[in-house]
Design a protein around this ligand. Structure first.
Ligand code: 4NP
Length: 154
């Protein structure tokens, strides 16, 4: 199974989801069954590591995001991944517009699919520290449910 997380800049929310899911899969011994990556709908930060505040908040919870580099989502990703998960509704709309006809990937909104009460992971980029903690709280919980579902299928 191949999972691609997508946000706007690929420096805050989706790299966090990539790092958290990879960590949880390793803890569950499922790292060889699932391939994880992330991308942004925008191109402003391509090639950059995640945002410094994102890296700091993630590292405090044991997730090292420092090796990750931002990339922009392309139509080819719809063939390279089985499940593409958008962090908010605007990302989802942009992905729907980019999706090639007949592409194999399933496209969905991340949080509702995995049991969250909120529909969207709020963009923390222009806010304070607590926004980055909320991103981690939401993503950790939804990734736990994703891993539970994968375990159920194993
Ligand atoms: P992300 O956050 O989509 O969670 O990576 C953002 C990062 C950068 C920008 C916007 C959102 N930006 O406008 O540069």
């Amino acid at each position: 199974m191949r999972v691609l997380f997508v946000c706007l800049g690929n420096i805050c929310r989706s790299p966090t989801a990539e790092g958290v899911l990879r960590h949880q899969l390793r803890s569950a011994g499922l790292q060889d069954r699932v391939q994880v990556a992330s991308a942004g709908t925008g191109d402003w930060h391509v090639g950059e590591p995640p945002d410094r505040r994102t890296c700091q908040a993630a590292l405090a919870r044991g997730y090292d995001l420092s090796a990750q580099r931002a990339q922009q989502v392309t139509p080819a990703h719809f063939e390279q991944y089985d499940l593409i998960l958008a962090m908010d509704k605007s990302n989802l709309r942009n992905l729907q517009a980019l999706r090639p006809a007949g592409a194999s990937a399933e496209l969905d909104l991340f949080l509702p699919r995995f049991g969250a009460a909120l529909d969207e992971v709020p963009d923390p980029y222009y806010g304070g520290k607590e926004g980055f903690e909320q991103v981690l709280d939401l993503i950790e919980a939804a990734c736990r449910e994703l891993v539970t579902q994968i375990k159920g299928r194993a």
